[in-house]
Ligand binder design. Structure first.
Ligand code: PMP
Length: 421
């Protein structure tokens, strides 16, 4: 059966035909058959260079041979024990060695769980209820944070089914705006448990923090006794071996990981300073738990992924990212277009917007319809990216120079087509 027919059936079985909303693009998404390295092949027989990469986790590409070998071996030894394993110590130690804020680690199963538990921890530690997030950041699909969210929630803001009483303690301010944050903290600072942020916003495209912004936030949080949480679900083990906090040299109190940490399998983690982390049950009064937390398969995949992610890996990957962005900028200029190429390291996005994009409001002014045309042209030209202006594109270590040449050519060709329409 082909993707079109399968989507008709899947819509009868599953709401919207998908297991996560952003996957349901029109007229129908392609159904995956298999994937290897930088490429994904659909059930209709077409192969694409993949820059969606499972929305970020696959920094080593699809079906990384060492990870496949490790999880095959692990599967034969059992996939769930319900008791601790030595490998959990090994992966936590690896995180502690790499990540500046990490004295201790608690494993869970997703980024959503990680941020939910990190916020609970910050509330438990400070005894305060209010939290601050930034407009357009996405911290998962749980109730505390679906306020002015990015990602799939950017097109479905403020979900139904969440009582107002749950989000009345969630305050949000524009990203990259020192004055707005200062004003809020001066007013509310002593009631605020935490500021949670994506250091680089990866759920409204890709937006970097302005120079000095992170230092400013770090100082403000220290002054007011507010816990600073870096949500590194995307940036963790992507920008550098120690995440965005190492890359920018600013250390939060707690951070959250998921995606890359699982080596392509589901995982989440909260890492942070010991005096805060020790508050988690069973040591402390902040409850956090999970049947599959620290499961042997994800932990083994994570260890095998991190073993391959050394400094030279990031040097090479980030250079490729720089080169691709430069090429895209040149091509866009040659075409006489005025679009924004945002990105950092191995993250990138083109905004269909003539003005620079530094926050959510500016991102939302981009032409999403044109982006959708661009997305479909790219598919025709053999490149798969996330089907939304408000997601980010990624590179992996499996992308060859030839892949990147093909990608930049496909982007140029697609832009030409949509602007000639
Ligand atoms: N935080 C950030 C920054 C994310 O990008 C995401 C997912 N894209 C999440 C949290 C939620 O992670 P998960 O989908 O694993 O629950």
């Amino acid at each position: 059966m082909y993707s079109e027919e399968l989507f008709k059936i899947s819509k009868e079985n599953m709401p919207g035909g998908v297991s996560s909303p952003v996957r349901a693009y029109k007229p129908y998404p392609f159904f995956a058959k298999q994937a290897s390295g930088s490429k994904i092949t659909d059930i209709d027989g077409k192969t694409y260079i993949d820059h969606c990469l499972g929305y970020g986790p696959l920094i080593l590409g699809h079906a990384n041979p060492k990870i496949v070998e490790a999880i095959t071996d692990q599967a034969q030894k059992g996939t769930l024990y319900g008791v601790p394993t030595e490998n959990e110590i090994k992966l936590s130690q690896e995180i502690i060695n790499r990540v500046p804020c990490a004295d201790m680690v608690r494993f869970c199963n997703s980024g959503t769980e990680a941020t939910m538990s990190a916020i609970r921890l910050a509330r438990g530690y400070t005894g305060r209820d209010k939290i601050v997030k930034f407009e357009g950041t996405y911290h998962g699909a749980h109730d505390y944070v679906l306020v002015k969210s990015g990602s799939g929630a950017a097109t479905h803001p403020d979900s139904k089914g969440i009582p107002e009483s749950t989000t009345q303690n969630t305050l949000s301010v524009p990203f990259n705006d020192e004055e707005a944050l200062k004003e809020l903290i001066e007013e509310e600072g002593n009631n605020i448990a935490c500021i949670i942020m994506e250091v680089v916003m990866g759920n409204v495209g890709c937006i970097k923090p302005k120079k000095g912004y992170l230092d400013f936030i770090r100082k403000l949080t220290i002054d007011y006794g507010i816990i600073l949480i870096f949500d590194e679900v995307i940036t963790g083990f992507r920008l550098s071996s120690g995440g965005a906090q190492e890359y920018f040299g600013v250390t939060p109190d707690i951070c959250t990981f998921a995606k890359i940490l699982g080596g392509g399998l589901p995982i989440g983690a909260i890492a942070g300073k010991q005096k805060i982390m020790e508050l988690f049950a069973p040591n402390g009064p902040v409850y956090q738990a999970g049947t599959f937390s620290g499961n042997p398969l994800s932990i083994r995949a994570g260890i095998t992924a991190l073993e391959q992610l050394d400094k030279s890996f990031y040097d090479t990957l980030n250079k490729k990212g720089n080169l691709l962005r430069l090429r895209l900028k040149d091509n866009i200029e040659d075409l006489g277009l005025n679009l924004q190429v945002n990105g950092i390291g191995s993250m990138f996005q083109i905004y269909f917007n003539p003005e620079p994009v530094t926050n959510y409001t500016e991102a939302k002014k981009s032409d999403s319809d044109l982006f959708t045309d661009y997305f479909h042209e790219l598919l025709k030209n053999g490149v798969f990216i996330a089907p939304s202006q408000f997601e980010c594109c990624f590179l992996s270590g499996a992308h060859s120079d030839e892949d990147l040449e093909k990608t930049s050519y496909a982007i140029e060709k697609s832009l030409k087509t949509i602007y000639q329409k």
